[in-house]
Design a protein around this ligand. Sequence first.
Ligand code: HPA
Length: 280
Amino acid sequence: MDTTRERVCEATEHVRAHTHHEPSIGLILGSGLGTLAARLVDPDIIPYDEIPHFPQSTVAGHSGRLVIGTLAGAQVLMMRGRVHYYEGYSTAQIGFPVRVMQQLGVETLCVTNAAGSLRPDWAPGDLMAIKDHLNVPGLTGHHPLRGPNDETFGPRFPSMSSAYDPNLLAVLRREADEQGVTLKEGIYVMVSGPSFETPAEVRFLRSTGADVVGMSTVPEVVVARHGGMRVLGISLISNVAVDSLRETSTETTHQEVLEVGEKTAPILASLIEGVVARLA
Ligand code: HPA
């Protein structure tokens, strides 16, 4: 197995040896959402390719390094870049960095992603707090916890009934309110990618009750919950998913996803910083 305790501990030891911080909050940032890293005070920067067994990201726009430092009075560990299922990693491998966070003593995980809206009335640049998810790869067998269970990480059959922590969500709502940021709330459905959805798939996913669709986040959240961490998730709407064959002019591109991410990043960054300040 790629994610055994031994491997996790080797990676954790490397991180411990290269930082003087003891982070209690983990941040995983999605496409184009990296600007927050620059706000960390006294940062220790650890490239993924120097950490034993750490998955390496291969996508343009996802540079790979841990940035560990102080943000708004709290010690945080930020993943600058993440790996995805469509790159060829298993969902368990995607969860490996979260296991390292768990070993480091991280108790709160905040994940962000870029997502396509399944709701035609939402627009690029909107932010959505994730209230729940649909784990399509997991439901079809690609579950990050499939295989032997290490009880020292968490239970064999972990609950996912409140995967996204209601108290953290309340903190986020208050912070958004104070900053005058409109926050949508809804359900994130994970698909494997890398192709964007066909119009028929968009209509199918909408019929499941999901509000947005993306290609990340869920494996990390499942592993974090298995390990007893509490989770906050935010989606940045980068595009409205195309649900009709006639709308060829509005085809979704990776470039569009990155551009909207970069434009909305400052708003999302100050939201997260505000939440972290309230937790510190
Ligand atoms: N579909 C899937 N993943 C995505 C999308 C989308 O439309 N936008 C950003 N990530």
